[in-house]
Ligand binder design. Structure first.
Ligand SMILES: Cc1ncc(COP(=O)(O)O)c(C=O)c1O
Length: 385
């Protein structure tokens, strides 16, 4: 549900389709090219099918039930979410299998997810949780006791990102603790090798991906040698999935960004320019000399910066580059030999990190052939609890 108290760029009384340069479409607005989204979903699903891997896309990128439905219709086995409230938003929209890929710590988190856990089995919904410590396992035991349900749990393993995750050498002990805990069912292991973003080139990314595969394959062997049933080995992001195979012992991949892509995935060789689906539609609000100022600043584009692309990149206007952002202003310089944009012109900004954009939008606009054809609710906007 779009929180209707928030202003949106296209009011409800405007019938679709609408040209993206129609002045009833306010800016800044996030546009999503649906032909590109469809192609991205199909390409990744075909890759997973070819590799014999299940695909469980991370909804942190789109935060939208509508987009999750497209991924599931294409063959995804379920959806990954980053927390309790995102799990609630996705299941409220009809998603029937969610992996909460974040250790839930604290009473409020567990209380928040408890109603979903309680009704899940009866409603044919699977909610799996992840743990990387005994403390987290104890919290889940209490959740299982208070809800009277059996909870599937994956042990999270650190494959080098050094963010969360048990040391691979400690995975068997933690898995055994889960397996013998009343109310918990040991389902398998998962990891996220997000340090692939730090690799300097394609070979470095491949090395991170292969390390992820080898560590997870090794952990699986250790678990099976200890007599544990390992049904799920979940790994792989938009950047590293290309380097994982079922032969490594991996069963499932969880890319998120691939659905829209951004300049980070482009810069990490995980997509081509034609796979960039999302832009911010912005309006030139002021010019002076070679300075061009648009109505999208850090509160829309976020302060995220990339070594290659800075604050972002204008589509089809390569000579106009960001120099700085204030909260509501994006300030750019236009190259001397190019025609200056005029006040009122529309431009489209490509994202550095598209997932953080989506968190700031109540709805985004699905575009085909230059026309808005669909309002897409960002159901899990600001659902970080
Ligand atoms: C736990 C987890 N799994 C999967 C992903 C998906 O990664 P990407 O968006 O790079 O595909 C993320 C992204 O941060 C994550 O944190």
């Amino acid at each position: 549900m779009v929180p209707r108290t928030l202003p949106v760029a296209l009011s409800d009384d405007v019938g679709l389709p609408v040209d993206i340069d129609d002045d009833r479409l306010d800016s800044p607005a996030v546009l999503v090219d649906l032909d590109v989204v469809d192609a991205n979903i199909e390409r990744y699903q075909a890759f997973a099918n070819r590799q014999g891997l299940a695909l469980r896309p991370h909804s942190k990128t789109h935060k939208s039930v509508t987009v999750a439905e497209r991924q599931l219709a294409a063959g995804a086995v379920g959806i990954t979410v980053s927390g309790a409230s995102e799990a609630l938003a996705m299941t409220a929209g009809g998603v029937r299998d969610v992996l909460v890929a974040y250790p839930l710590v604290g009473r409020r988190k567990l209380e928040r997810i408890a109603p979903l856990v309680r009704r899940a089995a009866g409603d044919g919904i699977t909610v799996s949780l992840v743990a990387d410590s005994s403390e987290v396992v104890q919290g889940y035991c209490e959740l299982a006791r208070s809800t009277g349900r059996t909870i599937p749990v994956l042990v999270e393993v650190d494959t080098g990102m050094n963010r969360v995750g048990a040391d691979p050498a400690a995975a068997v002990k933690l898995a055994e603790e889960v397996a013998r805990s009343q109310g918990l069912e040991f389902r398998g292991v998962m990891t996220h090798a997000g340090h692939s973003h730090d690799a300097s080139d394609e070979l470095g990314i491949e090395a991170v991906g292969r390390q992820e595969a080898m560590v997870m394959g090794g952990v699986r062997e250790d678990l099976e040698a200890a007599g544990l049933d390992v049904r799920v080995v979940s790994a792989g992001s938009s950047i590293t999935s290309a380097y994982l195979t079922a032969a490594d012992g991996i069963t499932e991949i969880r890319p998120g960004t691939y659905v829209y892509n951004d300049l980070r995935t482009l810069g990490r060789h995980a997509c081509t320019p034609d796979a960039l689906a999302a832009t911010v539609l912005a309006t030139v609000v002021s010019t002076s000399g070679r300075r061009v100022t648009i109505d999208a600043g850090s509160k829309t584009l976020t302060p995220t910066k990339d070594a290659t692309y800075g604050h972002g990149h204008l589509r089809h206007r390569p000579g106009v580059v960001f120099t700085r952002l204030s909260e509501e202003h994006g300030v750019m310089d236009a190259r001397d030999d190019l025609p200056m944009p005029s006040v009122g012109d529309k431009v489209q900004v490509l994202p550095i990190h598209v997932c953080v954009w989506m968190d700031l939008q109540a709805e985004v606009y699905g575009v085909r052939g230059g026309r808005v054809v669909q309002r897409i609710a960002v159901d899990a906007m600001r659902h970080s609890l």
